[in-house]
Design a binder for this molecule. Structure first.
Ligand code: GSH
Length: 217
């Protein structure tokens, strides 16, 4: 049986994406915590897994995959029976585009190293750093809302099942919490992500749930 170890951090949105996918697919896994705020991503132990010094890294029988997007693509190809992407080529491209709105566009602008750099190199105070993150996350939500307004009101994005696009969108909603992103102007996005966050795979994977499990303060 394949042994899966997810190296991540309870607060990390990218780790959350992988945790949700593993739970959706019903794949058992262990988790190893690295406290990013204490710099554990720069430890020798972690850099051996990922020279980019960023979580998550998924160890599969001792082999390592990094980047949440690549990990989800790997999981989708393992033939577990649960597909994270639609089979129709156009729907698939649409799902990838929706996922990349978070994974490629918004999330990279708000990760700890960016916020630290803004503070240390450009003198941004905590309020300015928070406003920066809130700005880019809100731009991402606005783009999602516009795309949702152009889509039929399916239960989820591509019918009854949820996959990569829903995972990315939910990680976007979760990321907005600490930065006080106001979802009131975006009712379609809020409704969809609220419903997703109630599903067991999403609820059990939530950073605050993980925080309780690891006993972080
Ligand atoms: N594109 C990467 C993002 C990885 C990433 O930046 N992860 C954050 C946590 S969500 C991290 O480890 N940051 C460390 C830092 O910024 O120092 C992915 O989706 O896996």
């Amino acid at each position: 049986m394949t042994r899966l170890r997810l190296h991540g951090y309870w607060r990390s949105n990218a780790t959350y994406r992988v945790r949700v996918a593993l739970n959706l697919m019903g794949l058992p896994f262990e988790e190893v915590e690295y406290d990013l705020l204490k710099g554990h991503q720069f430890s020798d132990e972690f850099l051996t897994l990922n020279p980019n010094a960023a979580v998550p890294a998924l160890e599969v029988d001792g082999r390592v995959i990094t980047q949440s997007f690549a990990i989800l693509d790997y999981l989708d190809g393992t033939g577990s029976g649960y597909r994270l992407l639609p089979s129709d080529p156009f729907d698939r491209a649409e799902a990838l585009a929706l996922a990349l709105n978070t994974i490629a566009d918004a999330h990279p602008l708000i990760v700890p190293r960016i916020r630290k750099h803004l503070a240390e190199e450009y003198g941004a105070d905590p309020d300015a750093v928070k406003a920066w993150a809130r700005h880019w996350l809100t731009e991402g939500v606005a783009a999602y809302e516009e795309r949702l307004n152009r889509r039929p009101p399916n239960p989820f994005l591509f019918g009854d099942t949820v996959g990569l696009a829903e995972i990315a969108m939910t990680s976007h909603a979760v990321a907005g919490g600490p930065f006080d992103v106001d979802l009131t102007p975006f009712p379609r996005f809020k409704d969809l992500t609220d419903r997703l966050l109630e599903l067991p795979a999403f609820a059990d994977s939530h950073p605050l749930r993980r925080k309780e499990i690891v006993g972080a303060t």
